[in-house]
Write a protein that binds this ligand. Structure first.
Ligand code: TMP
Length: 217
């Protein structure tokens, strides 16, 4: 029987390079012989991708913060049940572009929903499931927003104010402090080469730990 896979999440504000670096880490892990599933939130399932579209679409009317929160957790419940848990149970590693730390940062930090409300939904939807490792790509808000704007049209979140993203950034940094063992803080303001050097070291570290786990099976 293979060991349960690792659950790794990538987090950060807008335009911090998560997607490029997720593909880079995926490549390293696959080369190391790991069966990797990459996915994202909101999304990752048919239902989740439909909810993502609802959440990201720019609308004329304001969206209630609790309505937004519940949609995110609805998509997450389906994602865990349909994709994340089965993959981990089969010994695959799941590399996920955003997870519940984003909810603490955006809905609690950014929108002002009470932390306790997010915690209750986290328990309800996830049970004991938490990421094994979380890479937090951190960069000054203006740097990330400039990159996001250069990518083209902005979605409903990307259209938020710099103040909102400042609160999101602080929300992430607070998460990293609360749960320091799980977090790796990456300075996303460095050159891509430097970021990826750090990621390659992280990947190698995981692969050697994993080899020890497998040897004990
Ligand atoms: P992405 O394109 O970076 O994946 O962005 C998805 C957007 O959804 C991003 O602006 C952050 C937002 N989001 C939340 O507000 N809360 C969440 O829990 C998640 C997973 C994403």
């Amino acid at each position: 029987m293979s060991a349960r896979g690792l659950f790794i999440t990538m987090e950060g504000g807008e335009g911090v390079g998560k997607s490029t670096n997720l593909a880079f880490l995926e490549h390293i892990l696959k080369q190391g012989g790991i069966d990797v599933v990459t996915t994202r939130e909101p999304g990752g399932t048919h239902l989740g991708e439909e909810v993502r579209e609802l959440l990201l679409r720019v609308r004329g009317e304001p969206v209630n913060a609790v309505a937004e929160l519940l949609l995110i957790f609805a998509a997450r419940a389906q994602h865990i049940d349909e994709l994340i848990e089965p993959a981990l149970a089969a010994g695959k590693w799941v590399l996920c572009d955003r997870f519940t730390d984003a909810t603490y940062a955006y809905q609690s930090g950014g929108r002002g929903v009470a932390r306790d409300t997010v915690e209750q939904l986290e328990k309800l939807v996830q049970g004991k499931l938490r990421p094994d490792y979380t890479l937090l790509f951190d960069a000054p808000v203006e740097v990330g927003m400039r990159r996001a704007r250069d990518r083209g049209e902005l979605d409903r979140f990307e259209q938020e104010t710099l103040k909102f993203f400042e609160r999101v950034r602080q929300g992430y940094l607070q998460q990293a402090q609360i749960d320091g063992n799980r977090y790796r803080l990456i300075d996303a303001g460095q050159s891509l080469d430097d970021v990826q050097k750090g990621l390659a070291e992280f990947g190698d570290e995981l692969l050697s730990r994993w080899a020890m786990v497998e040897a004990r099976q």
